[in-house]
Design a protein around this ligand. Structure first.
Ligand code: ADP
Length: 172
């Protein structure tokens, strides 16, 4: 199980699948969702329309169209309401569903943005902890041995995530 961290635009990454921080409608939005739809082209929205949305904590897969990535996995993270509304379990569930789709579709490399850490307001340190622990545990549980890239966008987020990843590596 390999987990790396990069800083940049997830739509440019040459991996088998990128994960979208989508909303329940799966019909596009701002932030990374908007960037993915712009880069993938209108065919992505056409396919998303057929999916009938997605519950919070789950994920659905589409083709990547004009992206370098073959697939987009649309995961719906929770809105942060202070941390006592089941947010961490819902965020972990998105990572679990996304990795299960990787296993089912023979995806060997996947990149995640900081799901829920933009307009949904999830604190980045806590979210990165959840991401790392869930990726590690789920990969072992489902027997998936691909490579995972966490993709920060802002330089300041990259620095924060680097520290959390270093702590995680020291503990594991
Ligand atoms: P959410 O609604 O789940 O909070 P956002 O898209 O608002 O989703 O933000 C999620 C994270 O994605 C934020 O950390 C944001 O900085 C980051 N982000 C925005 N655009 C991109 C991009 N092109 N590539 C990678 N990450 C991005």
């Amino acid at each position: 199980m390999q987990i790396d961290l990069v800083c940049g635009d997830i739509t440019q990454l040459k991996v088998d699948a990128i994960v979208n921080a989508a909303n329940n409608s799966l019909l596009g939005g701002g932030g990374v969702d908007g960037a993915i739809h712009r880069a993938a082209g209108p065919e992505l929205l056409d396919e998303c329309r057929k999916l009938n949305g997605c519950p919070t904590g789950e994920a659905k897969i589409t083709s990547g169209y004009r992206l370098p990535a073959k697939y987009v996995i649309h995961g719906v993270g929770p809105v942060w309401h202070g941390g006592d509304k089941g947010e961490s379990a819902l965020l972990a569930s998105v990572y679990q569903h996304a990795l299960t789709l990787c296993e089912q579709h023979q995806i060997a490399s996947v990149a995640f943005p900081a799901i829920s850490c933009g307009v949904y307001g999830y604190p980045l340190v806590e979210a990165t902890h959840v991401a790392l622990h869930t990726i590690d545990e789920t990969s072992k549980e489902i027997g998936w041995s691909g490579s995972v890239t966490l993709c920060a966008y802002a330089d300041s987020d990259h620095l924060v995530m680097q520290r959390v990843l270093a702590d995680f590596r020291a503990e594991n």
